[in-house]
Each structure stands twice: as C-alpha cells, then as structure tokens.
Design a protein around this ligand. Structure first.
Ligand code: ADP
Ligand code: 5GP
Length: 194
C-alpha cells in the first residue's frame, strides 16, 4: 500500500444478493496469496455459516466494547445490524505482502479509504434491480421484510458507486469471474514487482 508495506487492500462492495460472496469465493480459489478479512457482526448466523470463517458473531455489548477500545478500523450499521473490520488484522497482514479482501458496505468503504487511501475499491453491480430481487429471494436466506429492506438499501448503494475504482457487472458468472480475477491478479503482480 505505501512504500513501507507491499500488501494490497481490496475493498469489495455490492448490494446484498448481487453475488459478492460468490465472486469472492472465486477469487480465493483462483488468485494466490489472498486473505479474507473476517468481519465482526451482531447479525445472527445464517444456515451453513460458521463463527470465524464467515463472520465473528458477537453480541451488541461485545461489539460496542470493540468500538470503544479502538479495535475496529471501520464499522457501520447495515440492515439493522452492526458490522466491523478488525484493525489489527489489516495492519498485521498488509506488511506480509498478501492481498487482503474486505467485504464491506459503501459506508465502510468510505471510512477505510480515509485510513488506507491506496486501497483498491471494486463494486459488484447486478445486471438489473429485478435480477437482484430474484437472486435474493432464490437464495432463500431472507424473510420478505429483510428482502424489502435490502432492496431499498440497494438503490441507495448503487447511487453511491461513482468513486469505486472498478465496477464489475455480475450478469454471466463466468464473465464476471474472469473480469474480477484479472483486476485482482493485475494488482497482485504489480505489487510483487514493486
Ligand atoms: P451476496 O454475497 O452479494 O449477497 P451471493 O453471492 O450470496 O450474493 O449471491 C446471491 C444469489 O445469487 C446466490 O444464490 C448465488 O448463487 C446467485 N448468483 C450469484 N451470481 C450469479 C450469477 N452471475 N448468475 C446467477 N445467479 C448468481
Ligand atoms: P450480510 O448480512 O449479507 O452478510 O452483509 C450485509 C452487508 O454488510 C454487506 O453489504 C456486507 O458487505 C456488509 N459488511 C460485512 N462485513 C462488514 C464490515 O466489516 N464492515 C462494513 N462496513 N460492512 C460490512
């Protein structure tokens, strides 16, 4: 990121249901030396999610303690729950030359950019609002109320994407996968040569 460390911080955002988790999985399987930053959240785990792999699931009291003691590089309230990124995790891993993947919302991206201005920001765009709604309901993880809230937030998030360095449209999964792999690999190769 700076002349003192060789790692690259990738910030990936998308409206819920656009395919961010799917594309991050593709990246982790195809690009060497990437580390996923596991966030802390007060949201309940979904079926199949595990503590320490998908999120660190904590209660509100523990989350507020992390805020007060400065242990979060950024945090935000998203869809009625708190989400935050460990400051120590980023600082420790950036110096190792790794690529760190942050899966955070647009508010978190704005905060992280202030601390790490050289971060690489990528927004994953659904091909349309209708497709987004279909994917969110087909995933089967959200109640109708949660889907409505996520769709409302999606329009706000999409209106704030001007400042992202890269936008990947996730229509055909193979095309989007190739595009995001090329973007991330390019920065990783450049950083290894710097
Ligand atoms: P997010 O992490 O952004 O909330 P997911 O990765 O969970 O989104 O994707 C939402 C749903 O859409 C999942 O069921 C996933 O399998 C599906 N999906 C992701 N990308 C595509 C795509 N390009 N075409 C069709 N379905 C997709
Ligand atoms: P989900 O509940 O679907 O896993 O995530 C909801 C939203 O929270 C997504 O937009 C995701 O990117 C965002 N998010 C996850 N972790 C963090 C984090 O640590 N900080 C911020 N600001 N947003 C996060």
């Amino acid at each position: 990121m700076t002349s003192k460390n060789k790692g690259v911080l990738f910030v990936i955002s998308a409206p819920s249901g656009a395919g961010k988790s799917t594309l991050i999985k593709v990246l982790m399987q195809n690009v060497p030396d990437l580390i996923f930053s596991v966030s802390h959240t007060t949201r309940a785990p979904r079926a199949g999610e595990s503590h320490g792999r998908d999120y660190f699931f904590v209660d509100k009291h523990e989350f507020e303690d992390m805020i007060e003691t400065g242990r979060l590089a950024e945090w935000a309230k998203v869809h009625d729950n708190y989400y935050g990124t460990s400051r120590a995790f980023i600082e420790e891993n950036l110096s190792s030359g790794a690529g760190i993947i942050l899966d955070i919302d647009v508010q978190g991206k704005e905060l992280i950019e202030k601390v790490f201005p050289e971060c690489v920001t990528i927004f994953i765009m659904p091909p349309s609002i209708d497709v987004l709604r279909q994917r969110l309901s087909a995933r089967g993880t959200e109640t109708p109320e949660s889907i409505a809230k996520r769709m409302g937030n999606a329009e706000i998030e999409i209106s704030k994407t001007d400042s992202y360095k890269h936008i990947v449209i996730n229509d055909d999964l193979d095309v989007a996968s190739e595009e995001i792999i090329n973007i991330v690999s390019g920065y990783m190769i450049r950083s290894s040569l710097a």
